[in-house]
Design a protein around this ligand. Structure first.
Ligand SMILES: CC(C)(COP(=O)(O)OP(=O)(O)OC[C@H]1O[C@@H](n2cnc3c(N)ncnc32)[C@H](O)[C@@H]1OP(=O)(O)O)[C@@H](O)C(=O)NCCC(=O)NCCS
Length: 449
């Protein structure tokens, strides 16, 4: 069953500004320069006791407050529309779309540090924001970038585990296997076995989370090069930020592809807690499974075609449209193709959503990227035609609650344009990005124990 709805309960009950930064908060944080201010762990050490106190207060003051009525439809729909989870790092409004710690995607693009003025946000900045609730400075982002680079070391047995699989295994099977192989170095598992006090759980969780986030692009790129580039591995470039270095290790060095990867890994990080991967990671972690184990099961949810695999499905579907009707397909031909898909009992990939009721802002920011960088690309023009053609057809079906495009309707054509054409790999990119949200929420949840 698919679970759809969660809530940032604390932000509903308490003052949002405490946890979620306003733009003016970012200005306050720009003043900070001391060495512990640049250390994310030191920052969390200060913040966590405040958060523990805050939760205690909320429990004692609001513990008995009811949060709504539960209907049979809600239960049959998999907790649909029901407030069922605490999720502080992001909030998904059906009309407005996602907010990360209170900031919309355009606001993140505005306030998070970028590689160049007006560029896409650096992933490290969003990670800092999700973990602390504060907008970081460029210096803090650079320090985190450096720390992630030092942690991006892959034990040899991980490569052996991947290599034991046939090269034809789906990239996500190889990716999940690599995460399970990385798990043997979990600091949380070791600390638990040595009897760590529960008040300290967050420390090895934080260690594992940062290491996992740092290691994932390296193994993800290895898998890509193994499957599609004769195993010719590209070494990391120590001068690059997380997103750009990931593009580089995949084999793409153009500045535009680096910007696209920064955007891609930022917007796929988190989408509140009710979606399959975020919910699964959270659920498994609640049994005190370590971050590697929790993230590995979340990845198995990402690979479902109604969730993350939809980005693969969209590009394959778009290419099947082109194969059958050519790139200059008319709107009438496109309508016929959409009906043919529906009549064969399939969904139109990239459209619809369990929570959203308007066009996904993650779709819109990718559309803006395409309008800026590749307006004449025939596949982008086809995606634009689909934006006009599909929603009225889905509305005509009479049962689809959201006929508008989601994030997956757009990502494939952008990657394809810059040469990353292997659609069956795309879900790995989604998985790398999703580690940021899942690990941030794990750290957030353990504070509450
Ligand atoms: C995302 C998705 C799984 C949400 O499912 P949901 O919450 O059940 O959506 P709805 O409540 O609107 O579904 C009602 C009906 O409309 C159908 N529907 C929803 N989106 C559809 C689409 N894009 N194409 C065809 N039918 C669709 C559902 O399959 C369901 O049909 P059923 O009653 O015969 O089972 C669904 O919209 C979908 O399958 N989209 C395509 C895959 C996709 O893009 N996934 C990525 C999501 S980010």
């Amino acid at each position: 069953m698919v679970f759809y709805r969660s809530v940032s309960l604390l932000s509903k009950l308490s003052n949002r500004a405490v946890q979620q930064p306003s733009l003016s908060n970012s200005v306050r944080w720009l003043q900070i320069q001391t060495s512990s201010d640049l250390d994310l762990r030191a920052q969390l050490k200060e913040l966590i006791p405040e958060q523990q106190e805050r939760l205690k207060k909320i429990k004692s003051e609001y513990g008995k407050v009811q949060l709504g009525n539960i209907t049979v439809d809600m239960v049959l729909g998999g907790m649909r529309g029901m407030i069922g989870l605490l999720w502080e790092i992001s909030l998904l409004d059906p009309d407005e779309g996602i907010r990360f710690r209170g900031l919309s995607i355009p606001e993140c693009q505005k306030v998070l540090p970028a590689a160049k003025p007006g560029g896409e946000p650096l992933l490290e900045g969003l990670l800092w924001l999700l973990l602390t609730g504060k907008v970081p400075t460029t210096e803090q982002v650079n320090a985190l970038s450096k720390e992630l680079r030092t942690r991006a070391i892959i034990p040899d047995h991980v490569y052996k585990a991947i290599n034991a699989l046939p090269i034809t295994a789906h990239s996500m099977t190889q990716f999940t296997t690599s995460v399970m192989a990385l798990q043997v170095q979990s600091e949380f598992a070791k600390a638990y076995e040595s009897g760590i006090h529960k008040s300290k759980y967050w420390e090895p969780t934080f260690e594992d989370s940062l290491s996992l986030i740092a290691q994932l692009p390296v193994v993800a790129a290895y898998i890509y090069r193994r499957i599609y580039k004769n195993g010719e591995v590209v070494a990391a470039d120590e001068s690059l930020d997380y997103g750009a270095n990931f593009a580089h290790m995949l084999g793409f060095d153009s500045p535009a592809m680096q910007e696209l990867m920064r955007l891609y890994v930022t917007i796929h990080t988190d989408h509140e807690g009710g979606n399959v991967s975020a919910h699964t990671g959270h659920l498994v972690a609640s049994a005190l499974s370590d971050p590697y184990l929790s993230f590995a099961v979340a990845l198995n949810g990402v690979v479902g075609p109604l969730h993350g695999l939809a980005n693969q499905e969209v590009l394959l579907w778009i290419k099947s449209v082109v194969d059958e009707c050519g790139e200059n397909i008319t709107k009438d031909q496109l309508k016929d193709y959409v009906w043919k898909t529906l009549n064969s009992g399939k969904v139109v990939p990239g459209f619809g959503h369990g929570v959203l009721r308007k066009t996904d802002p993650r779709y819109m920011c990718q559309r803006e990227f395409a309008l800026k960088h590749l307006p004449a690309d025939p596949l982008f023009q086809l995606v634009s035609k689909l934006y006009e053609v599909v929603p009225p057809i889905l509305t005509e079906l009479g049962k689809v609650k959201n006929p508008w495009p989601n994030v997956d309707a757009h990502s494939g054509v952008l990657l394809n344009y810059y040469g990353l054409t292997e659609a069956r790999y795309y879900t790995v990119l989604f998985g790398v990005s999703r580690s940021i949200g899942i690990c941030s929420q794990l750290n957030n949840s353990l504070v509450l124990l």
